[in-house]
Design a binder for this molecule. Structure first.
Ligand SMILES: [Zn+2]
Length: 302
């Protein structure tokens, strides 16, 4: 089969054989034209390249509000033009092979369960910290999709009803605080207060994580303060998650995991402060192990 993971900037793909072993792989930049039609033909090209004329089923992870059951993508933060996109049927029509799709964080969770940090956890929560926040609920080794098919949108837990407006229409969502865009906002506010190195002023978002890492490593106080705030906000969201679900095992993944040495402590402290005590005492946290590969590993499992 062929597996793919569509992100905001790249489409990654690979061939997987019947035994689950990975073969040829590819990573392509997503073009400027992000319409539904353009993405279908882009995926078609990558499929053709990987399949080499063979008929292979396709399984792919999509960022956004996705129903795995119907194959419809209701909306995606990276592809604002999409609306009720019947992606699975469009792809099946184009490729003439069976297609399965699911939310990218759900597939990352399955990947971490199969080969990564959650191999011995049949039931756990997955939280991915990247441009936004992704989430998944795994119960007895299966993704819990909920009634509408997209349970686990943890990024839209409200942690500040008076906070900024979110792309979902709500206010003060966790995603506005504990993600790369949240970090960018924290940096901006901190710069205005004059407490952060001006070096951060001109850094593009793609290099923000790396720059913060270097400065935090050098024990820059302003940057550590930003990351403490990040950890604090994340801890509030995680406490809500565990209070509601009663699932006391959490895997954290995504690009911002690289900064975890500098926010982990604040996150744990805030989690402890905001959770029902008995539940909180027994909650375990792990860091994702598969990095960028997790989504592709998971795609091979649906
Ligand atoms: Zn929101």
């Amino acid at each position: 089969m062929i597996v793919m993971d569509l992100g905001g900037t790249h489409l990654r793909g690979a061939v997987v054989n019947a035994k689950g072993h990975f073969g040829r792989s590819i990573k392509k930049i997503v073009g400027v034209n992000r319409s539904q039609k353009a993405i279908i033909s882009f995926i078609g090209e990558v499929y053709k390249n990987l399949s080499d004329g063979e008929n292979m089923a396709l399984s792919l992870g999509i960022p956004g509000i996705v129903s795995a059951k119907t194959g419809i993508v209701f909306s995606s933060p990276h592809f604002p033009q999409w609306k009720n996109f019947k992606m699975r049927s469009e792809l099946q029509k184009k490729l003439k092979v069976p297609v399965a799709l699911d939310n990218d964080a759900n597939l990352i969770a399955l990947g971490e369960h199969k080969k990564g940090a959650a191999r011995d956890w049949p039931t756990f929560l997955m939280v991915t910290l990247g441009t936004g926040i992704g989430g998944a609920i795994v119960i007895d080794s299966k993704i819990f999709h909920g009634t509408l098919g997209f349970a686990g949108e943890f990024g839209h837990i409200c942690i500040n009803p008076k906070g900024p407006i979110c792309s979902c229409g709500g206010r003060g969502c966790l995603e506005l605080y504990a993600s790369a865009s949240g970090l960018k906002r924290l940096v901006r506010t901190s710069l205005q207060g004059g407490k952060t190195p001006p070096l951060l002023k001109s850094i593009p978002r793609s290099q923000l994580g790396e720059t913060l890492f270097i400065l935090a490593q050098k024990k820059n106080r302003g940057v550590q303060k930003i990351l403490d705030q990040f950890g604090f906000d994340l801890g509030i969201g995680l406490a809500t998650l565990v209070n509601v679900t009663g699932i006391q095992k959490i895997v954290i993944g995504g690009g911002l995991l690289s900064l975890s040495p500098f926010y982990w402590k604040a996150m744990r402290q805030s989690f402890k402060a905001h959770i029902y005590r008995k539940v909180g005492q027994e909650t375990l946290f792990r860091k994702g192990k598969l990095g960028d590969e997790a989504g592709l590993v998971g795609a091979a499992l649906i």
